[in-house]
Design a protein around this ligand. Structure first.
Ligand code: DHB
Length: 392
């Protein structure tokens, strides 16, 4: 089988790229190891930057996001028993939408299916061949058969554990990594929102985050030991921890609900430089990971896809290779900005085991600064909404 662009991975990056290419008349095939049900139900973050909303809308998949997502013009930082607002729209002119990543996935899969797009679920034994030539191919097994997909380009959107990044010779690649000694315990619960806006809380017991999914489903997180097990956490213990960390002195408190999902995720920062080799280009988690604080993960994947769409279009329409050649260098500017922001927000908000009282006071001093100085608040806000790096 032959296509123009072979895409490995049906996450937000792979699906969106496939759909944007289709709208430009460029053919692609998406290969995915998991099933459609699995990708449509994996719970991930839920904050979309303005640029992400714009690209989803341009791709024709923004209708449900607009109708069911919640537009937020600010968020709150809770610390030392008080809550202070970061006015995103007032400071930057931009806002964010809270809309779960797996809902974006559902919208994208529906769009690909409606357009008769080639999507192969449940593939295995994927391997890349000839990526340093102009005739690369992908071999894989699907429904018991050995298959080969010949293409002009291979785009690796298969996450941090996928085969794509591992196909770039280690000698040509440099990995940058930081592992954090804590994780996030995430819950979904049925109940009313605790607040009109997201609350990021710093407390001596650890970080907590109050987010939302809808008028009656809420998403919350609290810092935990990444090796802890959800079985150690009864609902009562979870609510006691969230109240202790987030309730403020002015009497505002977290609204309890019926918990129906619990999970723990570890946290790390990771960047692969380079993001390309011959005819292989990486996008999203295959090339970079951020800790979840600030919810940059999917937004970065979408930003990679914006660049790749433009670069592949320039190749097919004008026979230009320059944008593809410069892809990694251009993408890494935004990626490193987001890496720094996610690391900074994580470091300011989390309980660091072994930190001295002096270091703890520095976290509080920094929170005081970003919530009282307009310049410091603007730095926070423009990174949060994603305009700290101009659209590439
Ligand atoms: C959510 C996740 C985040 O990492 C974040 O910073 C904000 C919100 C969420 O899942 O809603």
């Amino acid at each position: 089988m032959r296509t123009q662009v072979g895409i490995i991975g049906a996450g937000p990056a792979g699906l969106l790229l496939s759909h944007l290419l289709h709208l430009r008349g460029i053919d692609s095939v998406v290969l995915e190891t998991r099933t459609r049900e699995q990708i449509e139900s994996t719970i991930r973050a839920g904050v979309l930057e303005q640029g992400t909303m714009d690209l989803l809308t341009e791709a024709g998949v923004g209708a449900r996001m607009k109708a069911e997502g919640a537009l937020h013009h600010g968020f709150e930082l809770a610390f030392e028993g008080k809550r202070r607002r970061i006015d995103l729209t007032g400071l930057t002119g931009h806002s964010i939408t809270v809309y779960a990543q797996h809902e974006v996935i559902k919208d994208l899969v529906a769009a690909r299916v409606a357009a008769d797009g080639a999507l192969r679920f449940g593939v295995s034994e994927t391997s890349l061949h000839g990526i340093d030539t102009d005739k690369p191919s992908i071999r894989y097994r699907h429904e018991g058969e050995a298959c080969e997909l010949q293409c002009d380009f291979v785009i690796g959107c298969d996450g941090s554990q996928g085969v794509s990044r591992a196909s770039i010779p280690q000698a040509l690649r440099r990995d940058f990594e930081r592992v954090y000694p804590f994780g996030w315990f995430g819950i979904l619960c049925e109940g009313p929102p605790s607040s009109d806006e997201l609350i990021y809380a710093r407390h001596d017991r650890g970080f907590a985050l109050i987010s939302t999914r809808s008028a009656n489903v809420q998403r919350m997180y609290f810092q935990c030991d990444p090796k802890d097990s959800v079985d150690n956490w009864s609902d009562d213990r979870i609510w006691a921890e969230l109240h202790a960390r987030v309730d403020s002195h002015d009497g505002h408190h977290v609204a309890d609900g019926k918990i129906f999902q619990k999970n723990i995720v570890g946290m790390r920062s990771f960047v692969s430089a380079t993001m390309q080799y011959g005819r292989l280009f990486l996008a999203g988690d295959a090339a970079h990971i951020v800790p979840p604080t600030g919810a940059k993960g999917m937004n970065l994947a979408v930003a990679d896809v914006r660049l790749l769409t433009k670069a592949l279009n320039a190749f097919y329409v004008e026979n230009r290779m320059d944008l593809l050649d410069g892809y990694s260098k251009t993408a890494l500017k935004r990626i490193w900005r987001a890496e720094h922001f996610s690391y900074w927000m994580t470091s300011m908000m989390h309980r660091i085991e072994g930190a001295s009282p002096f270091e703890q006071q520095l976290q509080v001093a920094e929170l005081e600064y970003v919530t009282t100085s307009r310049s410091a608040a603007t730095v926070m806000a423009e990174n949060y909404v994603g305009v700290a790096v101009p659209q590439d």
